[in-house]
Design a protein around this ligand. Sequence first.
Ligand SMILES: Nc1nc2c(ncn2[C@@H]2O[C@H](COP(=O)(O)OP(=O)(O)OP(=O)(O)O)[C@@H](O)[C@H]2O)c(=O)[nH]1
Ligand SMILES: [Mg+2]
Length: 213
Amino acid sequence: MAGNEATGVILAGGKSRRMGSDKTFMEVGRAGMIQIVAAELQKVFEEILIAGGSEETGRRLGLTVVADLIPGGGPLSGIHAALTASAHDKCLVVPCDMPFLKAELAALMVGLAQGYEVAVPTDGVYFQPLFAVYDKSCIKVIEQALRAGRYKVVDFYPQVRVNYVNDKLLGELADTGRAFFNVNTPKDLHQARVMAGITEKKREKKIAENTVS
Ligand SMILES: Nc1nc2c(ncn2[C@@H]2O[C@H](COP(=O)(O)OP(=O)(O)OP(=O)(O)O)[C@@H](O)[C@H]2O)c(=O)[nH]1
Ligand SMILES: [Mg+2]
């Protein structure tokens, strides 16, 4: 899978307000969400950075944590810091609370970002700015947005070259509803655990039936 020419970034500098306590390592299936996300990205990226969060998170994962350089802008601050620190020009940015994301989709997005400054999935109405690829050439524009208090990630898109990727294209590779499922509330966490459990049971059934090895 093509990913060697890009850096994987996991955003982890949030306050988990809706969850009520730090959601980073909350378990879905067999591991903490950020551990699942890191393991999936490791299939594609040699360099993975954690944007925001504690040094302890980095130690537990064996990954480098980069602190927000212009704090207070939410995920946009994390994207900015990661682009500044990454070894590669392009960063595939994901949140720590997307436990069913797929490496195949990450690799596809990196490929679709070639020749663009941003590649973002869209259904024509909504964007997935936190499953998107950003180029270092966005740093200046993002910095201006942060300094002006324009924190909504998609707001800087009109200023750069964006590949708006029809999410039907991603849907050919994986169930995007599942892959982009985002755990924000205790209810979402419960649902994610149910989703993980169902799959696990299906897998065990398949193993029992000898249809997978
Ligand atoms: N580096 C960095 N990451 C952030 C920041 N704010 C949010 N994130 C991350 O961005 C991703 C999406 O944010 P949310 O799902 O809203 O997470 P959150 O901000 O912890 O949750 P709420 O407080 O409930 O909004 C998560 O992976 C967060 O950890 C920030 O200020 N800096
Ligand atoms: Mg979220």
